[in-house]
Design a protein around this ligand. Structure first.
Ligand code: ZN
Length: 91
């Protein structure tokens, strides 16, 4: 018997993989079932489902990746630009 790779549902709020057990919080939105790791995540989804379903377009993922790189490169701080150099102490 082959083990088929079953699709593990993902919590759209936090991105965690959720075991689609019967007691896991679920929500049906626009004909699709969503599983959540906790009721808090489900509530967050219920409040603004479009934020978690339609927001994950390629451009959002790209922006997230850029933000992630920024965080690694600059330690979460914004990169320095022209504001940081050449200023002499005047006080
Ligand atoms: Zn979650």
């Amino acid at each position: 018997m082959k083990t088929l790779t079953r699709q593990v549902p993902k919590d759209p709020v936090c991105g965690m993989r959720v075991s689609a057990a019967e007691d896991a919080p679920t929500l049906v939105y626009e004909g699709s079932s969503f599983w959540f790791c906790s009721k808090d995540c489900r509530e967050a989804f219920r409040k603004s489902p479009s934020r978690f379903t339609k927001g994950k377009s390629w451009i959002v993922r790209l922006l997230e990746r850029i933000a992630d790189v920024n965080e690694k490169e600059f330690g979460g701080k914004p990169p320095r630009c022209c504001g940081g150099h050449g200023n002499k102490r005047t006080s």
